[in-house]
Write a protein that binds this ligand. Sequence first.
Ligand SMILES: O=C(O)CCC(=O)C(=O)O
Length: 337
Amino acid sequence: MAGKVISSGIQYTTLPESYVRPVNERPSLSQVSECNDVPVIDIGGGDRRLISRQIGDACRNYGFFQVVNHGVPDELVTKMQQVGREFFQLPVEEKMKLYSEDPAKTIRLSTSFNVQKEQVHNWRDYLRLHCYPVDQYSPEWPSNPSYFRDYVENYCIAVRELGTTVLELISESLGLEKEQIKTILGEQGQHMAINHYPVCPEPELTYGLPGHTDPNALTILLQDTRVSGLQVLKDGKWVAVKPHPNAFVINIGDQLEAVSNGEYKSVWHRAVVNSDQPRMSIASFLCPANDSVLSAPNELIKDGSTRVFKNYTYAEYYKKFWSRNLDQEHCLEFFKN
Ligand SMILES: O=C(O)CCC(=O)C(=O)O
């Protein structure tokens, strides 16, 4: 059982066969350049119209951006990173008490992406938690380290506020009312993935996570400031996103692409691994209510344009997403008109 995760204490000197990608699917790390102009947007005050314009430009041209002055206190971020690292340093027997391959579970330690569906595995272990309402879910979170629940609760509450602010700014950037997108998304769920990428013996042959878009509405990603690994697809090329101190990376997910009638694209991104140091990233996902209907508002169906996507519920989308492997056709394709 312990051999299911890669953070089991085993020191690998070669990459196990089941992680090796075919030659034409490898990350070609030497060909990836650093993206020096990732938008960094100060959302901590100032001219709101200017901020929402900057966000709109970033959503149209990149599908992702970084925010600073975001209102999540440094202390909460530091504690979240500390407790995430400490969790993955626990003895493997302790961690394995939480192991599951069932995506429907509201708390689980797992590995790779979707082990039951995929053919080649990814060099990642992750702890996935449902986080909203926090009082409902935190009693099932790990109690080791002892302060896990306390630190993670406070972080989740602060990150949710940040996500709400960003969604309001995105709504305004599309020329909609501040609340309009939030209303379509309904009472949003919140999930978290604490991603742990152990040192990898042959990083050229595999991924931490292969290229994918996120199935939810908005992702708020806390990068490891010490180790890079996030890459995004920009103008058809993979570029590396250098971690920016005190920033969160915001990714547009599939549901914002649908609700914006395709005006904002959900961003393709991937995580690569390295042979020097382990890496951790912490992704918070804002997910539409299960029964919300992801339909673009009439204001966005401009003269002559048509509805790009069918009306569907988030529950339908999420089921489809997890029934597949990340390498297959983009899940939004199944919901196009
Ligand atoms: O580790 C990263 O930087 C990316 C993580 C990610 O894409 C995810 O958790 O969906």
